[in-house]
Write a protein that binds this ligand. Structure first.
Ligand SMILES: Cc1ncc(COP(=O)(O)O)c(C=O)c1O
Length: 392
């Protein structure tokens, strides 16, 4: 187990609040923030576009970040593309594959809107979309995915971990099911990367996407799209940075990953992401997973013991704990926790209305954990919720 108190020193805001909203975005360690300051103060220039020393230094740091992220997720650097968030990464796949009328996509009801809408919009092009169901705890049976696959299915797109329930998908099995029928697979790792070991080569998925600003502890405005075979995807954006030969009649695209990164990227953010991933690696993702799971399971058990509180999601959960206080709006609960104890939790439908519909509520309160949370913070949440139930 790592030294949690020394970890907390790397996240100064934790002296001010109890931050239990890492499912939305995590805090970024000072080491990563300092690496971004270094960029601005010592060598800021554009990436890949100049011979001078600052441009070379910038390019080196940016490409180092690519190598760090690729190694951490176990995929080649060539297939690791930087984007601005998970949503952009998924849209780059839905818009970058060539679709024909009658093609078919399989996804699930427990997806974030960002892994639903990009496929639902394809219906306008005659693509059929099947949304496979789940149980009330957010578990999807891989058999249902298998049964949904037809001879026109092109892609299966599922999350690794649900942001509403914390339920975990057996993504290797789902990818194997897809590949047996020669269907592509996309894994939305927004709630898994950095929270649990992720080995993309082992999962064997065709696309793995993750934001940089959640479990990887990078800054907002960073995302990753990993592609097993980048030849199968067309770039959505073209322009500067993506080509090596242009006339007014034609152009030749750069090899990947450059052809997928049009225009000036979020250079400081990506450099910060690289440093943040090193930080996660140094602590050890297995230890992080164990710590977050213990906190979440303890929270779920203790919340469920409070009369008037309903907890959702499976017993074997990651660091996501959704709950409601009977008769109270989740936003009110979140506001009271903030006002009384400076506890920051998310409330509402978590950008996943169909998931929340499954449990027949309009929204939930969601406590979500990261490597820097403590047992004392869980105690405070439990006491805070107990006090709220006394108001009913
Ligand atoms: C499972 C899942 N997918 C996609 C997203 C979208 O991430 P981003 O805001 O980085 O686009 C989120 C964000 O919460 C998520 O939890």
């Amino acid at each position: 187990m790592y030294d949690i108190l020394s970890v907390r020193k790397d996240f100064p805001v934790l002296e001010e609040v109890i931050y239990l909203d890492s499912g939305a975005t995590t805090q970024t360690p000072v080491q990563a923030v300092n690496s971004m300051n270094d960029y601005f103060f010592k060598y800021a220039a554009n990436h890949g576009r100049g011979a001078h020393r600052l441009a070379r230094q910038t390019t080196d740091h940016y490409e180092d970040a690519r190598d760090i992220v690729a190694e951490f997720l176990n995929i080649g650097s060539d297939g690791t593309i930087f984007t601005k968030n998970a949503t952009e990464s998924i849209n780059m796949v839905s818009l970058g594959l060539k679709w024909e009328t009658g093609d078919h996509v399989v996804t699930t009801v427990v997806e974030h809107h960002s892994n639903l809408l990009p496929w639902m919009r394809l219906r306008e092009q005659g693509v059929e979309v099947t949304v496979v169901g789940s149980d009330r705890e957010g578990n999807v049976d891989p058999k249902d995915i298998d049964e949904a696959i037809t001879d026109r299915t092109r892609l299966v797109s599922v999350n690794h971990v649900s942001n509403v329930f914390g339920s975990v998908r057996d993504v290797k099995k789902i990818t194997q099911i897809a590949h047996r029928s020669e269907v592509l697979s996309l894994v939305d790792g927004s709630q898994s990367a950095g929270h649990m070991p992720v080995d993309i080569k082992n999962i064997e998925c065709d696309f793995f996407i993750t934001p940089g600003h959640k479990g990887l502890l990078g800054p907002q405005g960073t995302g990753v799209l990993c592609i097993k075979d980048p030849e199968i995807l067309e770039p959505v954006y073209v322009g500067g940075g993506t080509v090596h030969a242009v006339t007014t009649e034609s152009y030749e695209l750069e090899p990947y990953p450059s052809k997928f990164e049009a225009g000036t990227p979020n250079i400081p953010g990506i450099i910060g992401l690289g440093r943040a991933v090193e930080y996660v690696k140094d602590i050890g993702v297995e230890a992080i997973e164990k710590h977050e799971k213990e906190l979440a399971q303890d929270t779920a058990t203790r919340l469920a013991e409070i009369v008037g509180v309903e907890v959702y999601g499976p017993k074997d959960r990651t660091g996501v704990v959704p709950f409601n206080v009977q008769g109270m709006n989740p936003h009110d609960v979140a506001m009271i926790l903030d006002e009384t104890r400076k506890i920051c939790v998310r409330s509402g439908y978590h950008c996943a209305m169909p998931s929340v519909d499954l449990i027949g509520v309009e929204g939930t309160v969601r406590a979500s954990f990261a490597l820097y949370n403590t047992k004392e913070e869980v105690d405070s949440l439990i006491e805070g919720v107990e006090q709220i139930t006394m108001l009913i």
